[in-house]
Design a protein around this ligand. Structure first.
Ligand code: DGY
Length: 334
Protein backbone atom coordinates (compact mmCIF):
# COMPACT_ATOMS: atom_id res chain seq x y z
CA UNK A 1 0.00 0.00 0.00
CA UNK A 2 1.38 3.43 -0.89
CA UNK A 3 1.39 5.35 2.40
CA UNK A 4 0.59 8.61 0.65
CA UNK A 5 -2.68 7.11 -0.61
CA UNK A 6 -3.75 6.42 2.97
CA UNK A 7 -6.25 8.99 4.21
CA UNK A 8 -5.80 10.04 7.81
CA UNK A 9 -7.87 12.49 9.84
CA UNK A 10 -6.93 13.89 13.23
CA UNK A 11 -9.65 15.22 15.50
CA UNK A 12 -7.77 17.97 17.35
CA UNK A 13 -5.01 20.50 16.77
CA UNK A 14 -1.66 18.72 17.37
CA UNK A 15 1.92 20.02 17.80
CA UNK A 16 3.14 21.60 14.56
CA UNK A 17 5.96 19.10 14.01
CA UNK A 18 3.51 16.20 14.36
CA UNK A 19 1.09 17.79 11.90
CA UNK A 20 3.94 18.43 9.46
CA UNK A 21 5.16 14.83 9.59
CA UNK A 22 1.63 13.45 9.20
CA UNK A 23 1.05 15.64 6.15
CA UNK A 24 4.40 14.59 4.63
CA UNK A 25 3.57 10.92 5.00
CA UNK A 26 -0.17 10.65 4.39
CA UNK A 27 -3.08 12.47 2.84
CA UNK A 28 -4.04 14.13 6.11
CA UNK A 29 -6.97 16.19 7.34
CA UNK A 30 -5.80 18.44 10.17
CA UNK A 31 -7.81 20.51 12.64
CA UNK A 32 -7.40 24.10 13.71
CA UNK A 33 -9.41 23.79 16.95
CA UNK A 34 -8.25 22.52 20.33
CA UNK A 35 -11.84 21.74 21.42
CA UNK A 36 -13.47 18.37 20.63
CA UNK A 37 -15.46 17.98 17.40
CA UNK A 38 -19.18 17.23 17.52
CA UNK A 39 -20.25 13.60 17.17
CA UNK A 40 -21.66 14.38 13.70
CA UNK A 41 -18.33 15.85 12.59
CA UNK A 42 -16.44 12.85 14.00
CA UNK A 43 -18.69 10.44 12.11
CA UNK A 44 -18.34 12.46 8.92
CA UNK A 45 -14.53 12.33 9.21
CA UNK A 46 -14.51 8.62 10.00
CA UNK A 47 -16.63 7.79 6.94
CA UNK A 48 -14.04 9.26 4.58
CA UNK A 49 -10.72 8.02 5.95
CA UNK A 50 -8.66 4.86 6.41
CA UNK A 51 -7.28 6.03 9.73
CA UNK A 52 -8.88 8.19 12.39
CA UNK A 53 -6.53 9.71 14.98
CA UNK A 54 -8.77 10.71 17.90
CA UNK A 55 -7.77 11.77 21.38
CA UNK A 56 -9.09 12.13 24.90
CA UNK A 57 -12.63 13.54 24.92
CA UNK A 58 -13.69 11.95 21.61
CA UNK A 59 -16.25 9.34 22.61
CA UNK A 60 -16.05 6.46 20.13
CA UNK A 61 -18.72 3.99 21.23
CA UNK A 62 -20.46 1.14 19.42
CA UNK A 63 -23.00 3.53 17.86
CA UNK A 64 -20.15 5.65 16.53
CA UNK A 65 -18.53 2.58 14.91
CA UNK A 66 -21.90 1.58 13.43
CA UNK A 67 -22.21 5.01 11.85
CA UNK A 68 -18.56 5.21 10.74
CA UNK A 69 -19.02 2.96 7.70
CA UNK A 70 -16.68 0.40 6.21
CA UNK A 71 -13.59 2.33 5.18
CA UNK A 72 -11.88 3.16 8.47
CA UNK A 73 -9.64 0.28 9.59
CA UNK A 74 -7.38 1.91 12.17
CA UNK A 75 -8.11 4.15 15.16
CA UNK A 76 -4.70 5.53 16.16
CA UNK A 77 -5.35 7.26 19.45
CA UNK A 78 -3.18 10.23 20.42
CA UNK A 79 -2.77 9.33 24.09
CA UNK A 80 -2.19 6.35 26.33
CA UNK A 81 -5.64 5.96 27.91
CA UNK A 82 -8.29 4.42 25.66
CA UNK A 83 -11.26 4.39 28.03
CA UNK A 84 -13.08 6.76 25.63
CA UNK A 85 -12.98 4.11 22.89
CA UNK A 86 -15.08 0.94 22.81
CA UNK A 87 -12.20 -1.26 21.70
CA UNK A 88 -14.35 -4.43 21.63
CA UNK A 89 -16.85 -2.74 19.30
CA UNK A 90 -14.01 -1.55 17.05
CA UNK A 91 -12.34 -4.96 16.94
CA UNK A 92 -15.67 -6.67 16.20
CA UNK A 93 -15.85 -4.52 13.05
CA UNK A 94 -12.28 -5.39 12.02
CA UNK A 95 -10.89 -2.06 13.24
CA UNK A 96 -7.55 -2.00 15.06
CA UNK A 97 -7.06 0.45 17.94
CA UNK A 98 -3.61 1.72 18.94
CA UNK A 99 -2.41 4.10 21.66
CA UNK A 100 0.81 5.87 22.66
CA UNK A 101 2.10 4.17 25.81
CA UNK A 102 5.39 4.80 27.68
CA UNK A 103 6.39 8.15 26.21
CA UNK A 104 4.52 10.21 28.80
CA UNK A 105 5.34 8.09 31.85
CA UNK A 106 8.25 10.16 33.19
CA UNK A 107 6.36 13.45 32.85
CA UNK A 108 3.24 11.99 34.48
CA UNK A 109 5.42 10.68 37.32
CA UNK A 110 6.97 14.13 37.80
CA UNK A 111 3.50 15.58 38.24
CA UNK A 112 2.41 12.85 40.65
CA UNK A 113 5.57 13.48 42.69
CA UNK A 114 4.87 17.20 42.61
CA UNK A 115 1.41 16.50 44.09
CA UNK A 116 2.86 14.08 46.66
CA UNK A 117 5.03 16.97 47.86
CA UNK A 118 2.60 19.83 47.30
CA UNK A 119 -0.35 18.58 49.35
CA UNK A 120 1.34 17.61 52.66
CA UNK A 121 3.65 20.66 52.45
CA UNK A 122 0.77 23.06 51.64
CA UNK A 123 2.58 24.50 48.65
CA UNK A 124 -0.37 26.09 46.86
CA UNK A 125 -1.84 27.38 50.13
CA UNK A 126 1.49 29.08 50.85
CA UNK A 127 1.58 30.75 47.43
CA UNK A 128 -2.00 31.94 47.90
CA UNK A 129 -1.26 33.29 51.38
CA UNK A 130 1.57 35.36 49.99
CA UNK A 131 -0.44 36.61 47.03
CA UNK A 132 -3.37 37.64 49.23
CA UNK A 133 -1.26 39.53 51.80
CA UNK A 134 -1.59 36.95 54.59
CA UNK A 135 2.14 36.53 55.15
CA UNK A 136 3.24 38.65 58.10
CA UNK A 137 6.61 37.06 58.70
CA UNK A 138 7.96 33.66 59.74
CA UNK A 139 6.35 32.08 62.77
CA UNK A 140 7.10 28.79 64.58
CA UNK A 141 3.50 27.67 64.28
CA UNK A 142 2.30 29.06 60.95
CA UNK A 143 1.69 27.03 57.78
CA UNK A 144 2.80 23.72 59.25
CA UNK A 145 2.43 20.77 56.92
CA UNK A 146 3.42 17.14 57.27
CA UNK A 147 6.86 15.61 56.62
CA UNK A 148 7.06 13.47 53.49
CA UNK A 149 10.24 11.56 54.36
CA UNK A 150 9.60 8.28 56.13
CA UNK A 151 5.99 7.95 54.98
CA UNK A 152 4.52 4.92 53.23
CA UNK A 153 3.41 5.40 49.62
CA UNK A 154 0.81 2.91 48.33
CA UNK A 155 0.74 2.72 44.53
CA UNK A 156 -2.37 1.22 42.96
CA UNK A 157 -1.15 -0.17 39.65
CA UNK A 158 2.63 -0.32 39.56
CA UNK A 159 3.31 -0.16 35.82
CA UNK A 160 5.26 2.36 33.79
CA UNK A 161 4.02 5.50 35.56
CA UNK A 162 3.81 3.81 38.96
CA UNK A 163 7.39 2.59 38.68
CA UNK A 164 8.63 6.04 37.66
CA UNK A 165 6.80 7.51 40.68
CA UNK A 166 8.31 4.86 42.97
CA UNK A 167 11.84 5.78 41.85
CA UNK A 168 11.22 9.44 42.59
CA UNK A 169 9.47 8.70 45.87
CA UNK A 170 12.37 6.58 47.11
CA UNK A 171 14.72 9.51 46.56
CA UNK A 172 12.42 11.53 48.85
CA UNK A 173 12.62 8.87 51.57
CA UNK A 174 9.20 7.25 51.11
CA UNK A 175 8.82 3.48 51.34
CA UNK A 176 7.06 1.80 48.43
CA UNK A 177 3.98 -0.39 48.71
CA UNK A 178 1.91 -1.50 45.74
CA UNK A 179 -1.16 -3.40 44.71
CA UNK A 180 -1.37 -5.08 41.29
CA UNK A 181 -3.17 -8.16 40.08
CA UNK A 182 0.15 -9.95 40.45
CA UNK A 183 3.62 -8.99 41.73
CA UNK A 184 6.00 -7.18 39.37
CA UNK A 185 9.34 -8.54 38.17
CA UNK A 186 11.24 -9.54 41.35
CA UNK A 187 14.38 -7.66 40.24
CA UNK A 188 12.46 -4.40 40.00
CA UNK A 189 10.62 -5.14 43.25
CA UNK A 190 13.97 -5.66 44.97
CA UNK A 191 15.50 -2.56 43.42
CA UNK A 192 12.55 -0.46 44.63
CA UNK A 193 12.44 -2.32 47.95
CA UNK A 194 8.71 -2.46 47.22
CA UNK A 195 6.18 -4.39 49.29
CA UNK A 196 3.47 -6.20 47.29
CA UNK A 197 -0.06 -6.26 48.69
CA UNK A 198 -2.36 -8.86 47.23
CA UNK A 199 -5.18 -7.21 49.16
CA UNK A 200 -5.86 -3.60 48.22
CA UNK A 201 -7.93 -3.17 51.38
CA UNK A 202 -5.04 -4.20 53.60
CA UNK A 203 -2.62 -1.91 51.82
CA UNK A 204 -4.97 1.07 52.08
CA UNK A 205 -5.26 0.65 55.84
CA UNK A 206 -1.49 0.91 56.27
CA UNK A 207 -0.21 3.61 53.91
CA UNK A 208 0.08 7.38 54.37
CA UNK A 209 -0.24 8.44 50.74
CA UNK A 210 -2.09 6.60 47.97
CA UNK A 211 -1.19 7.12 44.33
CA UNK A 212 -3.73 5.95 41.74
CA UNK A 213 -1.96 4.67 38.62
CA UNK A 214 -4.15 2.00 37.09
CA UNK A 215 -6.20 2.51 33.90
CA UNK A 216 -9.91 3.23 34.02
CA UNK A 217 -11.79 0.09 32.95
CA UNK A 218 -15.16 -1.34 34.02
CA UNK A 219 -13.21 -3.27 36.69
CA UNK A 220 -11.52 -0.17 38.13
CA UNK A 221 -14.50 2.22 38.09
CA UNK A 222 -14.77 3.52 41.69
CA UNK A 223 -12.05 1.15 42.81
CA UNK A 224 -11.61 3.73 45.56
CA UNK A 225 -15.28 3.80 46.53
CA UNK A 226 -16.34 5.23 49.91
CA UNK A 227 -15.91 1.83 51.58
CA UNK A 228 -12.24 1.73 50.55
CA UNK A 229 -11.60 5.43 51.28
CA UNK A 230 -12.87 4.71 54.78
CA UNK A 231 -10.10 2.13 55.22
CA UNK A 232 -7.49 4.89 54.89
CA UNK A 233 -6.10 6.49 58.04
CA UNK A 234 -7.35 10.04 58.70
CA UNK A 235 -3.88 11.47 58.07
CA UNK A 236 -3.70 9.88 54.58
CA UNK A 237 -3.60 11.73 51.26
CA UNK A 238 -4.88 10.59 47.84
CA UNK A 239 -3.03 11.46 44.64
CA UNK A 240 -4.45 10.69 41.18
CA UNK A 241 -2.91 11.43 37.77
CA UNK A 242 -4.62 8.47 36.03
CA UNK A 243 -8.39 8.78 35.57
CA UNK A 244 -11.00 10.45 37.76
CA UNK A 245 -13.51 7.63 37.45
CA UNK A 246 -11.33 5.35 39.58
CA UNK A 247 -12.08 7.41 42.72
CA UNK A 248 -15.53 8.23 44.12
CA UNK A 249 -14.97 11.98 43.95
CA UNK A 250 -18.06 12.90 45.94
CA UNK A 251 -17.03 10.61 48.83
CA UNK A 252 -13.44 11.86 48.67
CA UNK A 253 -14.51 15.51 48.86
CA UNK A 254 -16.90 14.81 51.78
CA UNK A 255 -14.30 12.88 53.74
CA UNK A 256 -11.68 15.63 53.31
CA UNK A 257 -14.22 18.25 54.33
CA UNK A 258 -15.15 16.22 57.43
CA UNK A 259 -11.45 15.74 58.37
CA UNK A 260 -11.65 12.00 57.81
CA UNK A 261 -8.90 12.25 55.19
CA UNK A 262 -6.02 14.74 55.19
CA UNK A 263 -6.22 15.91 51.58
CA UNK A 264 -5.79 15.12 47.91
CA UNK A 265 -3.73 16.05 44.89
CA UNK A 266 -5.66 15.45 41.70
CA UNK A 267 -5.05 15.98 38.00
CA UNK A 268 -8.14 14.10 36.78
CA UNK A 269 -11.85 14.11 37.66
CA UNK A 270 -14.90 11.93 37.29
CA UNK A 271 -16.66 14.39 35.02
CA UNK A 272 -13.64 15.91 33.30
CA UNK A 273 -13.50 18.94 35.62
CA UNK A 274 -13.61 19.04 39.44
CA UNK A 275 -16.99 19.23 41.17
CA UNK A 276 -17.98 22.37 43.11
CA UNK A 277 -17.61 20.36 46.29
CA UNK A 278 -14.04 19.38 45.47
CA UNK A 279 -13.17 22.94 44.49
CA UNK A 280 -14.34 24.11 47.92
CA UNK A 281 -12.65 21.30 49.89
CA UNK A 282 -9.66 22.18 52.10
CA UNK A 283 -6.19 20.67 51.61
CA UNK A 284 -6.61 19.84 47.95
CA UNK A 285 -4.34 20.70 45.04
CA UNK A 286 -6.33 20.46 41.83
CA UNK A 287 -4.70 20.54 38.40
CA UNK A 288 -6.39 20.69 34.99
CA UNK A 289 -5.36 17.27 33.57
CA UNK A 290 -1.83 18.44 32.74
CA UNK A 291 0.37 15.55 33.91
CA UNK A 292 1.55 14.80 30.36
CA UNK A 293 1.54 18.43 29.26
CA UNK A 294 5.13 18.93 28.19
CA UNK A 295 6.26 19.83 24.70
CA UNK A 296 8.43 16.71 24.71
CA UNK A 297 5.65 14.30 25.73
CA UNK A 298 3.17 15.67 23.24
CA UNK A 299 5.67 15.44 20.36
CA UNK A 300 6.66 11.91 21.36
CA UNK A 301 2.99 10.92 21.62
CA UNK A 302 2.56 12.20 18.07
CA UNK A 303 5.62 10.33 16.86
CA UNK A 304 4.40 7.13 18.44
CA UNK A 305 0.99 7.62 16.83
CA UNK A 306 2.66 8.14 13.43
CA UNK A 307 4.72 4.95 13.82
CA UNK A 308 1.48 3.04 14.38
CA UNK A 309 -0.15 4.57 11.30
CA UNK A 310 2.95 4.00 9.14
CA UNK A 311 3.19 0.34 10.16
CA UNK A 312 -0.48 -0.10 9.33
CA UNK A 313 -0.02 1.68 5.98
CA UNK A 314 2.92 -0.60 5.16
CA UNK A 315 0.77 -3.66 5.81
CA UNK A 316 2.27 -4.58 9.20
CA UNK A 317 0.68 -4.90 12.62
CA UNK A 318 1.08 -1.56 14.43
CA UNK A 319 3.23 -2.01 17.57
CA UNK A 320 0.90 -0.36 20.09
CA UNK A 321 -2.27 -2.34 19.45
CA UNK A 322 -4.65 -2.15 22.39
CA UNK A 323 -5.23 -5.80 23.25
CA UNK A 324 -8.44 -6.47 25.10
CA UNK A 325 -7.96 -8.44 28.28
CA UNK A 326 -4.39 -7.24 28.73
CA UNK A 327 -5.27 -3.96 30.38
CA UNK A 328 -8.64 -4.79 31.87
CA UNK A 329 -7.16 -5.37 35.28
CA UNK A 330 -4.88 -3.35 37.48
CA UNK A 331 -1.90 -3.25 35.22
CA UNK A 332 -1.51 0.29 34.04
CA UNK A 333 -1.55 1.16 30.37
CA UNK A 334 0.32 4.45 30.53
C1 DGY B 1 -3.36 9.93 28.24
O1 DGY B 1 -2.52 9.88 27.34
O2 DGY B 1 -4.30 9.16 28.31
C2 DGY B 1 -3.17 10.95 29.28
O3 DGY B 1 -4.18 10.94 30.23
C3 DGY B 1 -3.05 12.32 28.67
O4 DGY B 1 -2.50 13.11 29.67
Amino acid sequence: MNAKSIRVAVTRKLPASVEGRLSDLFETTLQTRSAPLSLAALIDLAQHVDVLAPTLGDRLDAAFFDAAGERMKLVANFGAGTDHIDVAAANARGITVTNTPSVLAEDAADMAMALILAVPRRLVEGVRALETGQFHGWSPTWMLGRRVRGKKLGIIGLGRVGEAIARRARAFGLSIHYHNRKPINPHIEEELDATYWDSLDQMLARVDIVSVNCPHTPATFHLLARRRLELLQPHAYVVNVSRGEIVDEEALASMIEEGRLAGAGLDVYERGAPSEKLLKAPNVVLLPHMASATVESRIEMGERMIINIKMFADGHKPPDRVILGLDDDLEPDV
